[in-house]
Design a protein around this ligand. Structure first.
Ligand code: ATP
Ligand code: MG
Length: 531
C-alpha cells in the first residue's frame, strides 16, 4: 500500500512538471509566432517607421523631441512588459524609475491603434555608441489618422511630466529681473479654513480652467483666469495662494507694483514669466489708493490685468485686497472678465474657530467651546492668523490655548474690533513674545509698522533662545506676509539684529532659512525704498 501511494505522488509530481513545461513552452511558442508575424509584416511594408535621433544631423545639437519621447516612454505602463527594462533610483530615494533597454521595443496604444517604439542604439566595432534614436513603428493604415495627434499627445504628456518633476519656484523681482528661490511652502487646501462649499467651488473652477485650453482658443481668448481675494488681514489670502500653487504645481511670480519702474518694466517682467504660473499682485487696493506717485497709468494697469502684454497660455492671476470697496477703486478694475471670481476671506466665526482648534490642537470638542461660541455670538471677531498663533504658542495645553483665545476675543469685543492680542497668556511657560496690535483696515498699518517689525524680531529671538528646530510653516508665512506688505517700518538696527539672529540659526533647516531670507530681502527692499 505504501509503495502504491509513493508511486501515485511521484506520478502527480511528474505530471505537474510536464504541465508547467508545456505551458512555458506554449508561451515561448506564442512569442516566437508573434515575432515571425511582425517580421513578415515588415517585409510586406505594412508598417512605416519614423526615426527620432538624439542629435540633429547638421548641428549635432540635442534634438529636443528625443528628450520628450524619452520622458513619454518612461511614463508608459507597458514599459513593464518590455523584454528588457532598466531600473534606476528616481529623485526620491524610494522611487524606482524604469527605462527601456538598448534595442528593445515598447508597445503603446493611441486612439485604438497599436504602435511600437524601438530604443535603437548603434555601436561601432569597438562597442562605442555612435548613435541613439527612438524609432516609431506605425501601421500605414493608421498613420494618417493618428500620427499628428499622437505626436501632440507626446508633447503634452512630456510637458506635464517635466512640470511635475520640476521644483516649484517663487520669483520676486528686483531691478527689472526675476530672482527665484525654491518654493517649499507646505500650505494645502485641506488645512485652509474656508467655507467648504466655497472651497469646493474654487477647486472645481480651477480644475475646469485647466481642462479648457481648446475652449479658450476657439473663443480667441487668452487662456487665463483671474481671482480677487479680499478680506481683512490674516484671514488666509496668502495661504490660499501658496495652497493653489501646490495644488496646480505652478510657479509663483510676485509682482510688487510699487517696485516697478514704469510700464515698460512691467511689460518686460511679464514677458519673462513662464506659462503654468500664478502671477500674484498683493494689496492692489493699497497700490490703487496711493496712486498719486504711481508710475503705471490706469490703462497700463488694466492691460496688465487683462494679460494683454503677454499672451502666454495657462496663467492664473491672483489679486489680493483688504477692502475691495475702498476709496479710489475703479469698478472697471474688478469687472467680470477682468476678474473672473471674487473670493471673500472673512474673519473667523465659531465654525472656523472649531476647524482651527481641530487642526492646531487636535481638539474636536472641549468644555470651553460653549463659552467661545457665546463670545462669537456677541459679535467678537478675530482673524484666523490671530487665533492660530495663540493656538500654536500654547499647543502643549489645549485648555490654555482656548483660554487665551477667549480672553483675546473678550478684549476684542470690548475694544470694538481692535484686537490687543498677546501671543501667549501669562500662564505660558515660554518667555512672552512682544504684543501685537492688529487692525482690519489698510491705512492704520502705517502707525503699526514698527510694532510689526518687532513681532518678527521677537519671534526670531524667541526661537533662537528657546529651542532648536525649524520655525513653524505658519510663523514663517506670517512673517513673509508681513514683510511683503512692508509692514516692518524702517528700523535699521532691528533689521541688522534680526539678520544676525538668522545667521546664527545654523540648526534650522534650509527651507526655513530660505523663507526667512526671503523675509529679510523683502524688508531690506522696503527699508531702502523708504529711506
Ligand atoms: N483661513 C485660514 N485657514 C487656516 N489658516 C489661516 C487662515 N487664515 C490665516 N491663517 C493662518 O494665519 C497665517 C497668516 O495668514 P495669511 O498670510 O494667509 O493671511 P492674509 O489674509 O494673506 O493676510 P494679509 O492681508 O495681512 O496679507 C497663515 O500662515 C495661517 O497659518
Ligand atoms: Mg497676505
Amino acid at each position: 500500500m505504501f509503495v502504491v501511494n509513493l508511486l501515485l505522488i511521484l506520478f502527480s509530481i511528474i505530471c505537474s512538471i510536464f504541465l508547467v513545461r508545456w505551458f512555458l513552452h506554449r508561451i515561448a511558442l506564442i512569442y516566437a509566432v508573434r515575432k515571425c508575424v511582425e517580421w513578415a509584416a515588415d517585409r510586406f511594408h505594412v508598417h512605416q517607421h519614423f526615426k527620432v535621433p538624439e542629435l540633429n544631423d547638421s548641428t549635432q545639437q540635442q534634438n529636443l523631441f528625443y528628450r520628450r519621447v524619452s520622458l513619454y516612454l518612461s511614463s508608459l505602463p507597458s514599459l513593464e512588459d518590455s523584454d528588457f527594462t532598466n531600473l534606476f533610483t528616481g529623485k526620491k530615494p524610494n522611487d524606482i524609475v524604469l527605462s527601456v533597454d538598448e534595442n528593445q521595443a515598447i508597445q503603446d496604444v493611441f486612439l485604438g491603434a497599436r504602435v511600437s517604439w524601438l530604443n535603437q542604439v548603434d555601436r561601432d566595432r569597438g562597442n562605442q555608441i555612435v548613435r541613439r534614436s527612438f524609432v516609431l513603428r506605425i501601421k500605414k493604415k493608421d498613420k494618417r489618422r493618428i500620427l499628428k495627434p499622437y505626436l501632440q499627445h507626446i508633447h503634452a504628456v512630456s510637458d506635464d511630466i517635466e512640470q511635475r518633476g520640476a521644483e516649484l519656484k517663487i520669483h520676486n523681482h528686483c531691478d527689472g529681473r526675476w530672482k527665484s528661490v525654491p518654493f517649499n511652502h507646505p500650505a494645502n487646501y485641506d488645512a485652509l479654513v474656508l467655507d467648504p462649499d466655497l472651497k469646493a467651488k474654487i477647486r472645481h473652477d480651477l480644475e475646469t480652467f485647466l481642462k479648457s485650453k481648446q475652449y479658450y482658443h476657439k473663443l480667441g481668448r487668452v487662456w487665463k483666469r483671474s481671482y480677487l481675494l479680499y478680506g481683512p488681514s490674516g484671514t488666509g489670502k496668502s495661504s490660499f495662494i501658496a495652497a493653489t500653487a501646490n495644488l496646480l504645481n505652478y510657479d509663483v511670480y510676485y509682482v510688487n507694483l510699487s517696485q516697478v519702474a514704469d510700464e515698460a518694466d512691467l511689460n518686460s517682467l511679464l514677458l519673462q514669466t513662464t506659462s503654468k504660473s500664478l502671477i500674484v499682485v498683493e494689496d492692489l487696493d493699497r497700490y490703487v489708493s496711493e496712486r498719486s506717485n504711481a508710475r503705471i497709468t490706469s490703462s497700463g494697469l488694466l492691460n496688465f490685468m487683462d494679460g494683454l502684454m503677454n499672451s502666454q497660455d495657462e496663467r492664473i492671476f491672483i489679486f489680493t485686497m483688504n477692502n475691495k470697496d475702498g476709496i479710489g477703486i475703479d469698478p472697471a478694475l474688478l469687472r467680470p472678465g477682468r476678474i473672473d471670481m471674487h473670493i471673500h476671506f472673512p474673519m473667523c466665526d465659531f465654525v472656523s474657530f472649531k476647524n482651527l482648534a481641530n487642526n492646531y490642537l487636535g481638539v474636536k470638542d472641549h468644555k470651553l467651546f460653549p463659552q467661545v461660541e457665546e463670545i462669537f455670538q456677541s459679535g467678537a471677531r478675530m482673524s484666523a492668523a490671530e487665533i492660530s498663533e495663540l493656538m500654536l504658542v500654547n499647543r502643549s495645553s489645549p485648555s490654555r490655548a482656548l483660554k487665551s483665545v477667549i480672553s483675546a476675543l473678550q478684549s476684542n469685543s470690548k475694544s470694538g474690533g481692535k484686537v490687543a492680542t498677546r501671543l501667549s497668556d501669562s500662564s505660558a511657560s515660554s518667555p512672552a513674545p512682544p504684543s501685537v496690535t492688529e487692525e482690519g483696515g489698510g491705512a492704520a498699518w502705517k502707525e503699526t509698522m514698527p510694532k510689526e517689525f518687532r513681532k518678527l524680531y521677537g519671534l526670531l529671538r524667541l526661537k533662537s533662545s528657546k529651542r532648536p528646530g525649524s520655525l513653524d510653516a505658519d510663523e514663517v508665512s506670517l512673517c513673509i506676509g508681513y514683510a511683503r506688505k512692508g509692514r516692518f517700518g524702517r528700523d535699521r538696527e532691528a533689521l541688522c539684529e534680526a539678520e544676525r539672529l538668522l545667521n546664527d540659526m545654523g540648526h534650522y533647516n534650509s527651507n526655513c532659512k530660505a523663507d526667512m531670507l526671503n523675509v529679510l530681502v523683502a524688508i531690506k527692499v522696503k527699508v531702502k525704498s523708504d529711506s
